[in-house]
Design a protein around this ligand. Structure first.
Ligand SMILES: *Cc1c(COP(=O)(O)O)cnc(C)c1O
Length: 462
């Protein structure tokens, strides 16, 4: 048939709506999705005709195409994926996983009315921040605490409260950019603080801070350079010295600690990562950190420190714009609770578990998954190898955690094609491609992912 005739033979949407299969689909799917799917399948055939790709088609073909399109119309855009990259706090893949208890808390609070801003003791209006403040105080040793949307918001709120139209003195070596082009200097300028950079990239001394203090100084700011390390000839001013200097001039000392580390990782054989508790113990006035990095909870920004400053921060009108919602609070409470007993935190919180679990454990799991895969799939060659996982999220950048990976290679398709197919799986599987092979790190794969991975590989070459 000629193109013209073929085009004329294309059915109309209204016509297809009378087809039995389409009528039946209206019982299961929203009408708007059914119509969109019909239109898209007709359009697809129109394009193929115009491109000269087909010389014939039946109505059945179009209905089949419609069915395939409709099947995926209900899929959420934000879906769960399998992280086989070995990057534990993967910012593109949603950072930390919530523990079961935190996730259940979210569900409970989302499906029901709750006491978000209602004081059940007095039967009157309450504060949404109370639900987690006591926990944060207990865990960190701070006098008071407050939570907002994320750590960037926390930094902004603190500076806007303590340093508006004043100067924040910060070491040049700590002016970091964090993924997604979050730049400390930019956030500071939004808050209305003026940035005074002191020292050099690799060395800053106490006198660099002191020489820049004047009647207009609002805060002394320390930023934890969590996502890079300056090696060699370096010097940073410690918290104790900064606190002493702040005391002398009556200027608050603020620290953006980035990753909210609440346990001492050196106990588990890692290089020491400064903890929130240490900063508080050393007398820092205000510290801010993320909820969804090393802390292993939901996206949140936690502010902890001296009561006089936290009280002022709570009164800032900006808190209204940066406030944390009920679902996040539910998740945060469910996460923080475990830190009351470090053993429980390490056992329950997926982020901590993934960082601290032994490579031997992942070796066993690698063998288990590999056997499942190889038993069913013959045309792909699976091997097990040692490799390194990363903490990610700009945390502990030099730490390489020993792990086990499964590598996959196939003569029929390239690793790039395999990667694409896994990524397009109904539950997408995100893998690395290296040296002509697919690499899947067991450390970030959950046991419950195993079946999905086997099923995806089953479909890869058919
Ligand atoms: C990650 C990070 C931030 C930003 O935190 P978010 O919770 O992503 O907003 C700010 N400062 C430092 C030092 C960080 O590491």
């Amino acid at each position: 048939m000629e193109k013209k005739e073929l085009l004329r033979a294309l059915p109309k949407v209204d016509e297809l709506l009378n087809e039995e299969v389409v009528k039946m689909s209206l019982d299961k799917a929203m009408r708007i999705f059914v119509i969109e799917s019909l239109r898209e399948s007709i359009d697809k055939y129109r394009k193929e005709i115009l491109d000269g790709k087909i010389s014939e088609f039946s109505k059945q073909d179009i209905l089949q195409c419609f069915d395939n399109i409709l099947k995926h119309k209900n899929d959420p855009n934000l879906k769960s994926v399998i992280n086989a990259t070995g990057v534990i706090i993967h910012t593109n893949l949603g950072r930390s996983l919530l523990c079961k208890e935190a996730a259940l808390n979210v569900l409970r609070v989302a499906e029901n009315y709750n006491n978000l801003e209602y004081n059940l003791e007095g039967g009157q209006r309450g504060s949404r921040y109370e639900h987690v403040e006591d926990l944060i105080v207990k865990i960190t040793g701070a006098e008071a605490a407050m939570v907002v949307n994320n750590n960037a918001a926390a930094v902004m709120l603190v500076l806007s409260t303590l340093c508006k139209e004043k100067q924040a003195v910060v070491s040049r070596g700590q002016l970091v950019e964090i993924g997604g082009s979050f730049r400390i200097p930019d956030v500071m300028s939004f808050s209305g603080a003026e940035l005074i950079e002191v020292g050099t990239t690799n060395r800053t001394h106490l006198y660099d801070y002191e020489n820049n203090i004047n009647e207009n100084t609002g805060v002394l700011l320390k930023v934890h350079t969590s996502n890079f390390k300056i090696m060699g000839f370096t010097e940073e001013v410690g918290i104790e010295e900064l606190v002493e200097l702040g005391c002398k001039y009556k200027i608050p000392v603020v620290e953006d600690i980035g990753s909210g580390v609440l346990i001492d990782f050196s106990k588990y054989g890692f290089t020491h990562e400064p903890t929130v508790q240490e900063s508080i113990r050393k007398g820092i006035d205000v510290v801010t950190f993320s909820g969804d990095k090393m802390l292993g909870g939901p996206q949140a920004g936690i502010i902890a420190g001296k009561k006089e400053y936290i009280d002022r921060i709570k009164k800032n009108q900006l808190t209204r714009a940066l406030r944390i919602d009920k679902m996040t609070l539910a998740a945060l409470e469910g996460t923080l609770k475990f830190y009351l007993d470090e053993k429980e935190a390490v056992k329950h919180l997926p982020t901590l578990y993934m960082i601290l679990s032994s490579k031997e454990e992942h070796k066993k799991r690698a063998h288990k998954l590999k056997n499942k895969l190889q038993k069913e799939i013959n045309n792909i060659n699976f091997t097990i190898d040692q490799d390194f996982s990363m903490v990610g999220g700009g945390s502990m950048p030099t730490e390489r955690i020993q792990t086990y990976v499964i590598k996959a290679k196939c003569d029929e398709i390239t690793p790039e094609q395999m990667e694409l197919k896994l990524r397009k799986n109904s539950t997408p599987i995100i893998v690395r491609v290296f040296n002509g092979e697919i690499i899947m790190d067991l450390r970030t794969i959950k046991d419950s992912d195993f079946e999905v991975i086997v099923e995806a590989f089953r479909n890869i070459t058919v």
